[in-house]
Design a protein around this ligand. Sequence first.
Ligand SMILES: *Cc1c(COP(=O)(O)O)cnc(C)c1O
Length: 641
Amino acid sequence: MSDFGREDAIALYNVDRWGGGYFTVNKRGNVTVMPNGSSDQKIDLTEIIREAKSRNLSFPLTVRFHDLLRDRVETINRAFADAIAESGYQNVYRGVFPIKVNQLREVVEEILDAGKPWHFGIEAGSKPELIAAMALHSDPESLIICNGYKDTSFIRNALVARKLGKIVILVVEKLEELKHILKVAADMNVEPMIGLRVRLLSKGAGKWATSGGENAKFGLSTADLVRASDMLAENGLSQALKLVHFHVGSQVPDIGTIKRAVKEASRFYAKLSKMGHQIEYLDVGGGLGVDYDGSRTTFDSSTNYSLNEYARDIVYSVMEVCNAEHVAHPTIVSESGRAIVAHHSVLIVETFGSIEKNSISTDTVTAEPGDPPLVQDIIELSENIGKKNRLESLHDAQEIRERAQSMFDLGMLDLRAKARIETVYWQIAEEVVAMFRGMRYIPEEVKEMEVALGDQFLCNFSVFQSLLDHWALGQLFPVMPISRLNELPDRNATMVDITCDSDGKVSKFVDLQDVKETLPVHRWVPGEPYYMGFFLVGAYQDIMGDMHNLFGRVNEMHIYLDEDEDAGYYVEEVLPGSTIGQVLTLTQWDTNELARRIKAQVDAAIKGDRLKPNEAMKLLDDYEKSLNTYTYLNFDDQNTK
Ligand SMILES: *Cc1c(COP(=O)(O)O)cnc(C)c1O
């Protein structure tokens, strides 16, 4: 048992596979983060936990590593630059960040700042996103791309940005939108820059595949494209068509899908160019996946390609079609969101209890005089389990337990006897499962028993707030304990959250071959804090959460590397999560009115001599103070360590 070390932990949780070079485990058995992808600068997550506590920040806590975000931006831009240099492609890459993937101001600002050398821009899919993007955007060479359905005000704002000298491209999602844009532009006397979203036949696979294909919600059919081209020509605006766009969906697991789609779209670009438009950009949308389980397969939560392969395949595919069609190489635009932001944030959650099947007793149950025969039977059974009869023993134990249940239903078994039978039953189950551990062939029923024996870790967070896609789409995220990783994790557990919803749990875990139903963990010790890390949650999750049970936003810490600091980093900013008063206000409760009502009840209690005035005022004060506290549970007064 003492042999278990960091290498074993890294292998057990596949850290090297999903970690992308940003996460590892140190000698002390703690998860560490390498925000710039190099082992020279590491941050121990338990250090961050200590820091958070010293600032009275409780859990759940989202930790953002800004250097990691910068590293992602640089890595993607370099991948395209390298592919372009290597292939002799005759144009450049100009990526944009789709704000919807993480709209947090600090995140968007960091991405644009890191992307400056490459004129990295922004993609907006709604009015609020455009309003934010316009103000933040300052580089006249970088793009603002407007996707999504648009009304007059959306279009007007985009054209205002045109007047400010920005490259703003309005991507037409359906034909009527083009008419509308041309009209608003004429009214405002500004020449628009138009993009056309083409509807490809190539369709993705995976959970988000419906953004592409013939039945997609967005995009112009071939007939519509021809009409759009004619409409522009009729208005003397053929030159306003600047971009051809497609988006096959997010988290595309198979590179084959990307290649097919890029070639199909390049053909549209080439043919439209030949119809007399000076198209400058080919926008390949999002879809660049993240290998959440580290399996490098076409499984939904994985990808069978690397970033470099993705960039190379796009560049070469565009080039091949353009060369064959004898048209100029366009500037390549991509809208990768997930691949930029997924890695940068880690959710740290505190476990505050564990429901164990056999929590009643790990002591041996011995026969007592007067025990009903079923108790005697199961005790005898437990004393005679051997390698040869282990499966048979399990079956016999199951039968005794069923008979005990029938007797209990008929009122013929008391609680104490039933408890003794169940205790021995789970002990037998545990013993049999342990006997099969590490075997090459494990019978299906034993595997099921292993899952049934798993603990349920009570975790202080809301799946609906912090891990929405796990609940909604069954997406997998890497999860692991943050410390004690030089100790063998000899329990298996699922994670349940604190919402009053049986769906509020994590019971599917990443695995190289399969999906696991329990996660190896250490035994939870009462009074000793035990933290779980949920990784790669920076894309969509930490910004998209809902208000189930009114838990609201979680506390955040923003971290920057700094060699001059003893700890190797500094906390640039702390964002407090939602308070009880804030979430109540969002749902129309007036906190003053709430306090007034409690005061009236307190006054009545004083009048009726049910409370003394001093005590009553203290209760009122407590109530009012809770309105300013964090919505999640706080166990600081229960932890002994
Ligand atoms: C959501 C979306 C993206 C981002 O996709 P990722 O797979 O997260 O990179 C890009 N473009 C459009 C049009 C989108 O709707």
